[in-house]
Design a protein around this ligand. Structure first.
Ligand SMILES: Nc1ncnc2c1ncn2[C@@H]1O[C@H](COP(=O)(O)OP(=O)(O)OP(=O)(O)O)[C@@H](O)[C@H]1O
Ligand SMILES: Cc1ncc(COP(=O)(O)O)c(N)n1
Length: 277
């Protein structure tokens, strides 16, 4: 083994493609690479998308999703898995089947249902996420809207986020991170507050709110950074807190970029010396 180039751990993202490169599996693979983790990918959907929104989307067939899963899992020692856009109940069921067969270790489930632009990314029953993947997930990372859809009730404060995290944990995940990026109100103006329920303990994860319009793909980036850090054997709470700090730095570093005319991507490779990608 070359000591200057130690072998990276392997992570897998099961997600949709964002042609604009800011969210979805492109954000996940950037994040894995920025962590020094080898990224593998199972494509669930192809979206025609840019910083302004999604103009078309098509699901990949269940047989081809299975073939990709078999190809990756049959060859690589995958240390952690992240799911993003699954698109339909059918693909959700396929992923749950592999999870139940113990083939998806350290599963981080980002229950992607609606893009920040408002476009629908999941056609199906939101509670299927909880029933199908909740018991198999190490970490579940809903944003405010997704937590509301999963639980069927409004969430408008940090206290309600804490209650939601506790309620979601009863479906089986070891940790639930309810993300407050879209929370309103005076406290949320200054701080981006997420709430973490992990191993029976409640923790608020707060970071200064970055003044930027470039927040496309922050949820994908956060979940894949958690998976990358688990693959690097960080303890779970540290992996989640570290991933949040990584997202905050990525938001800061990309704040002045004008990639596309709408909300653009974050700077996944902010840790590098060069300012270019
Ligand atoms: N302006 C900001 N400054 C600092 N942190 C932020 C900002 N916006 C979002 N975050 C953080 O980014 C992460 C993703 O949060 P968010 O609630 O936006 O999830 P999401 O809706 O799934 O992401 P996306 O906007 O990509 O869909 C969270 O840790 C959140 O606190
Ligand atoms: C393929 C794909 N996956 C996930 C998202 C969510 O990201 P965001 O909420 O930032 O639009 C997206 N827009 N596209």
């Amino acid at each position: 083994m070359n000591r200057n180039h130690p072998q990276p751990p392997v992570a897998l993202t099961i997600a949709g493609s964002d042609s604009g490169g800011g969210a979805g599996l492109q954000a996940d693979l950037h994040t894995f690479a920025a962590h020094g983790v080898h990224g593998t990918s199972v494509v669930t959907a192809i979206t025609a998308q840019n910083t302004r929104g999604v103009t078309a989307a098509r699901a990949v067939g269940a047989d081809l999703v299975r073939a990709q899963l078999d190809a990756v899992l049959g060859d690589f020692a995958v240390a952690a898995v992240k799911t993003g856009m699954l698109g339909s109940g059918e693909l959700l069921a396929v992923v749950a089947e592999y999870g139940r067969d113990d083939r998806l270790p350290n599963l981080v489930v980002d229950p992607v249902m609606v893009a920040t632009t408002g476009d629908t990314l999941f056609e199906g029953d939101p509670t299927a996420y909880l029933r199908g993947l909740g018991p198999l997930a190490t970490v579940l990372t809903p944003n405010l809207i997704e937590a509301q859809l999963l639980l069927g009730r409004a969430i408008a404060s940090v206290e309600e986020m804490r209650e939601a995290a506790r309620a979601l944990a009863t479906f089986g995940p070891r940790a639930v991170l309810v993300k407050g990026g879209h929370l309103g109100g005076p406290t949320a103006e200054k701080a981006a507050i997420d709430v973490l329920w992990c191993d029976g303990q409640m923790l608020d994860l707060a970071a200064p709110r970055v003044a930027t319009r470039n927040d496309h793909g922050t949820g994908c980036t956060l979940a894949s950074a958690i998976a990358a850090r688990i693959a690097l054997e960080h303890p779970l709470t540290q992996a989640i807190a570290g991933a949040k700090a990584y997202v905050t730095e990525a938001l800061k570093a990309g704040a002045a970029w004008r990639l596309g005319t709408g909300p653009g991507p974050v700077h996944h490779h902010h840790g590098r010396k060069s300012t270019a990608l």
